[in-house]
Design a binder for this molecule. Structure first.
Ligand code: ADP
Length: 394
């Protein structure tokens, strides 16, 4: 079964074609900066590696270009679009309607559209990707994999905000949780690796967006992103936890409009707001050269992670393993070291040498006597999506 995985974001479309259940990647790539004259197209298959700058005005142009590459006579991966049995679409917000991977129907699309009010940046381009894909691959089954679905197991005490009940019962304001595909993938890998029948795990996804999930026996019981993907850890350009009084102060006393505050908190805050840089590699190298803002931002970042580890260990009454994943979690030994520093009280002891070793495989970086295992597990959201599509359709 050939499964095409599509992640259609606000200005980019990532794709990967996999042969399932072999989990073999046939080709992959992305278009970035959709809307720009100099959008970037990248396509990889075996030894073919194409990168080119091209004008891509809208999502349909981007997906058409991807489809053309897929069936290209020399560089392509398939002879015609009918070879694709299913397309798996990442959909960020499925509200509380979708606890499972779902075959897309008109009713499902309507629901995804309805949830756009809760994820303005994400659901509209996700839906657009679905609608274009239906036209480009009319014979393929279209499947939605929701980021929020994995967190439907969270108990109500973790889901509900302490605001009047009406907002929960009538207006659906609650913790939905995100990055579900990634947390599911790495936690299953961890459970398989640990070989435990019962487990208490904290999964820490640190990319441009960052989140942390508490899992009991593989099920999400608490999570740091909430109603929208803005709460919790310090992210690339998002503040994470903030006192809501600051928003009112910005509007009423400092004269910002609500739109401006939203822009500040989502696009100008986090590591970018603290340092002027978004990419953690830049921040680490500036800190090494003595930049004090960068050093403080790294300390703040790790301190926030630490606090969540403490909170979730208490919530679960124990901890068997910590998982670090995604761009920063997999690659930044500095953030891992700072986050695990002085955590021996909780039984978390990092092996500094193992932590420094580079590898793209699952690895254990705790000391031999650490009560808690510390694992670095490369995430693979596309594979997880393809696995779920295969499971649903087979
Ligand atoms: P997303 O999928 O959310 O866009 P990624 O998971 O690709 O993000 O992570 C992006 C982040 O990972 C960036 O902040 C980048 O600086 C960081 N990153 C990638 N490689 C390294 C590295 N070798 N060392 C430190 N940080 C890294």
């Amino acid at each position: 079964m050939k499964v095409l995985v599509l992640n259609s974001g606000s200005s980019s479309i990532k794709f990967k074609l996999l042969q399932m259940p072999l989990e073999k990647v046939i080709c992959y790539g992305m278009v970035e900066r959709i809307g720009d004259e100099d959008a970037l197209m990248c396509y990889k298959k075996d030894t073919i590696n194409i990168q080119k700058t091209i004008s891509i005005k809208k999502h349909s142009d981007g997906l058409n270009l991807i489809a053309r590459y897929l069936v290209h006579p020399e560089k392509g991966a398939i002879k015609n679009p009918q070879e694709i049995y299913a397309v798996g679409h990442r959909v960020v917000h499925g509200g509380d309607s979708f606890a499972e991977t779902t075959l897309i129907t008109d009713a499902v699309k309507k629901q995804i559209k309805n949830y756009s009010v809760l994820a303005l940046l994400h659901n509209p381009p996700n839906l657009e990707g679905i609608e274009i894909s239906e036209k480009l691959f009319p014979k393929a089954k279209q499947v939605a994999i929701f980021d929020t679905a994995f967190h439907q197991t969270m108990p109500i005490k973790a889901r509900k905000y302490a605001i009047p009940n009406k907002f929960y019962t009538e207006d659906d304001i609650q913790v939905y949780g995100f990055h579900g595909t990634s947390h599911k993938y790495v936690s299953e890998k961890a459970i398989e690796y640990l070989g435990m029948d019962t487990s208490k795990i904290i999964s820490i996804h640190l990319g441009n967006g960052c989140s942390i999930t508490a899992l009991v026996n593989g099920q999400s019981v608490d999570h740091s992103l909430g109603f929208a993907p803005s709460n919790g850890l310090i992210m690339g350009s998002r503040s994470g936890d903030i006192d809501h009084a600051i928003i009112f102060h910005m509007v009423h006393s400092l004269g910002y409009s609500l739109e401006e505050v939203k822009e500040v908190l989502n696009k100008e805050s986090g590591m970018l707001g603290l340092t002027g840089f978004n990419d953690l590699r830049d921040i680490q190298s500036k800190a090494e050269k003595g930049n004090k803002d960068c050093q403080l931002a790294l300390d703040m970042n790790a301190y926030r992670i630490k606090k969540y580890i403490g909170a979730y260990t208490a919530a679960m009454n124990g901890l068997d393993a910590l998982i670090f994943t995604a761009g920063i979690g997999e690659n930044s030994c500095l953030i891992r070291r700072l986050a695990c520093l002085d955590m021996d009280y909780l039984g978390i002891e990092l092996d500094l040498v193992k932590n420094e070793k580079k590898s793209s495989l699952l690895r254990e970086i705790n000391t031999d006597c650490s009560k808690v295992k510390i694992l670095v597990i490369p995430t693979n959201e596309e594979l997880e999506i393809a696995k779920q599509v295969y499971k649903l359709l087979s």
